[in-house]
Design a protein around this ligand. Sequence first.
Ligand code: NAD
Ligand code: MG
Length: 394
Amino acid sequence: MKGVTVLGSTGSIGVNTLDVIAQHPAQYRAVALTANRNVERLFEQCVVHHPDYAVMSDETAAEQLQQKIQAEGLATEVLTGADGLEKVAMLPQCEQVMAAIVGAAGLLPTLAAARAGKRVLLANKEALVMSGRLFMDAVREHGAELLPVDSEHNAIFQCMPERFNGLEDSGIEQILLTGSGGPFRLVAPAALADVTPDQACAHPNWTMGRKISVDSATMMNKGLELIEACWLFDAPPEKIQVVVHPQSIIHSMVEYVDGSVLAQMGSPDMRIPIAHAMAWPQRISSGVERLNLFDVARLDFEHPDVTRFPCLRLAREVAQMGGTAAAILNAANEIAVEAFLGQTLRFTDISRVIEATLSDVSAQAAASLAVVLQDDATAREVAQQHVSRLEWKS
Ligand code: NAD
Ligand code: MG
């Protein structure tokens, strides 16, 4: 029986993770669940999964949850704040930590899980983008296992040789990182300035949280994934090519020096990479409907349009720069996306805020976590100023 802590259990990845856990009650048990402030959903999850701990980051929400847990007579202990998150990421009864908090808020508990030597099921790409080298060092130094859950990186991992030893020694020519192109792949660039949050969140193939949905619409998601892949597979950015593949059936590919190209395919459902990462090197069922190739019928591939999607260019530049540049890009993106979702910033100004922040805040060597968090905080302030300057007065 393996104990799993699910950080961000009320979100899209969290709910899918609990679905996979529930399908294998003899093998997996949720030992801790966490959420920001969704009391109702976390309570329902506690009733079903009986975790040892439930953490609400918001203090008032934690009090409300505590009352409901008591009234229900559950044995779950309620914790709150950053300390609570870090504690459940390091529990002795937990072997695996699903890192599914969205954004920079997930960094410290995810890092705590790595430092406690857990198997880290990594969905929270922002944590790795921000702290790249430091995070990978923590994984190595503390004997943690890092299993990618992001569907592309999970696919790449599945296409890698069993004894992966760096790209060159493994005979790998390049990584082909696929992406659907999002909901605006075919929308006229002139129309993009007026798109609404609901239009941006209506992804053609995947149902996800609102932040990553906007990232998919700007293609910043693919940019963050490019940086994520550099760290996970120790690859220089020029060895990673972005391929637009609108059907989202191939989840990424690896090209070898002999010309072989290996691809991982499946229905676009996150329970596949989640089940893979949980069970690796074994396989367990995920509950996902089988891929019907006759229904799919065709697969298309295109170059990404970097004029329409400037975020992709910015992320590639940042990947080449190294240091805290990626943390600055990530912070500015989080601020800009939040403003867009709050309808105070135009969709097309998201990339402007990020580019302006990158030119105002100079990156430095990511020598320590303190340095990364400092540049993250500075970039947030600067990005907020650019948001105010560009504010959408519709
Ligand atoms: P979501 O918005 O649906 O869920 C986010 C979860 O994080 C919720 O449980 C929420 O309560 C919690 N949370 C949010 N802010 C918090 C804070 N400040 N402190 C503590 N907890 C907080 O997001 P999602 O779509 O499930 O994505 C989660 C992560 O997984 C993101 O980093 C995303 O990039 C990554 N990811 C998601 C998908 C997907 O299909 N949804 C695919 C690949 C990667
Ligand atoms: Mg992805």
